[in-house]
Design a protein around this ligand. Structure first.
Ligand code: ADP
Ligand code: MG
Length: 353
């Protein structure tokens, strides 16, 4: 009884409080920053691709997805920190695009098919113009790759974008860093060093004619994840990696994981017209070997599967650049057989120099 009597008064107090809160909220709305929940509903809930295999997406404590029958789950995560992974001048739509592109590149390197992502976004302020552009860049690539945004976390702090990507791959068919053997050919997709020149361009260390500038800066800001190539290489490549820190560093990971060495033929490194026309051959090769952010694939193929490779990829989409050898280490030789040592190793976090 006492309960019944006390309930209405308690309810009334709650109502009053609620009204006051609403009133306060309404009065101050024009100057108040939008809330975490407004950000999620306005920019991250609606427009992203819907997939039949997502039973429960954004809005609950976790998302629920159904992995296709007989497939293995492939998961990767990558963080972009302002001032470390992209210059502070980068357009928000490019940050959104690139945050997903680098994750899709990891799926490509595994030969996996991407399907779902979560987004952990830390921003210094709830700037709606920034958020709108950022989400549009992210959406553009999510739609192209048919990746669904199924959850995330939104926090206040220095600008940091983390995307976790999940996809699937048939069991035992994923491409890995280990597995290559002496005699295997070494290949890369696309051209190398463009993003490195793009970075030099945005940092005003070089001045390029407009078309070359646009090309290299778009290679930096909007890398192309090589998803079709990665999937086509399943059962053909004996190892693979995506080039995020420079060819020498990333091929080095394949060599370490596989317990082998390699020789590269420098004159075979695929260089775009922008690099060939605006840099010395030495500078171009240094970028191709050591500059990060190209997100091309480096992979190896045994001689017995070369014919299969030629069928799987179009001839202009990849280049044969070297051979796997028994002797550990990476040797880069020019056309005359002289050893070439790249100027800098790939970028390493926590490395002072
Ligand atoms: P919880 O406190 O349970 O972790 P949150 O309040 O952080 O939930 O988030 C509410 C819902 O919104 C969750 O489903 C979460 O996955 C989703 N979410 C939060 N931030 C983002 C974001 N940046 N992008 C996509 N979904 C998000
Ligand atoms: Mg949360």
């Amino acid at each position: 009884m006492i309960l019944l009597e006390s309930k209405p008064s308690g309810f009334a107090r709650f109502q009053t409080f609620s009204f006051e809160f609403e009133f306060y909220h309404f009065m101050t709305l024009p100057v108040m920053p939008i809330t975490e929940f407004d950000i999620i509903t306005r920019y991250f809930s609606q427009a992203f691709p819907k997939r039949a295999d997502v039973t429960l997406g954004i809005g609950d404590d976790a998302a629920l997805c159904t992995i296709p029958a007989e497939m293995q789950l492939a998961v990767a995560i990558d963080t972009l920190v302002e001032g470390v992974h992209f210059p502070t001048t980068t357009r928000p739509e490019d940050i959104g695009y690139k945050a997903l592109a680098v994750n899709l590149s990891d799926m490509a390197a595994m030969g996996a098919t991407p399907a779902w992502m979560t987004l952990a976004l830390t921003c210094p302020q709830a700037d709606e113009i920034w958020l709108k552009s950022f989400s549009q860049g992210l959406l553009e690539l999510a739609q192209a790759a048919q990746v669904s945004l199924i959850g995330g976390d939104t926090t206040h702090g220095p600008l940091t974008v983390t995307i976790q990507i999940a996809g699937y791959v048939p069991p035992r068919r994923a491409l890995q860093r280990r597995g290559t053997q002496p005699g295997d050919g070494i290949y890369v997709t696309g051209t190398l060093g463009d993003a490195g020149l793009g970075l030099a361009s945005v940092q005003k260390q070089v001045t390029l004619p407009r078309p070359a500038q646009q090309f290299v800066e778009s290679r930096l800001n909007r890398p192309t994840p090589r998803l079709p190539e990665g999937q086509a290489l399943r059962g053909i490549a004996s190892s693979a990696i995506d080039i995020s820190d420079g060819l020498a560093a990333d091929l080095g990971h394949i060599l370490d994981a596989s317990g082998v060495g390699a020789s590269l033929q420098l004159e075979r490194l695929p260089l775009s017209r922008a690099l060939r026309e605006h840099l010395s051959i030495e500078a171009a090769r240094n970028l191709a070997l050591s500059a990060g952010d190209d997100y091309e694939l480096c992979f190896t193929v045994p001689p017995s599967r070369e014919a299969a490779l030629q069928k799987a990829l179009t001839a202009d989409s990849y280049t044969h650049i070297g051979i796997i050898e028994k002797t550990p280490g990476l040797r880069c030789r020019d056309a005359e057989g002289r050893i070439f040592t790249p100027k800098q190793k790939g970028y390493q976090h926590f490395n002072e120099k």
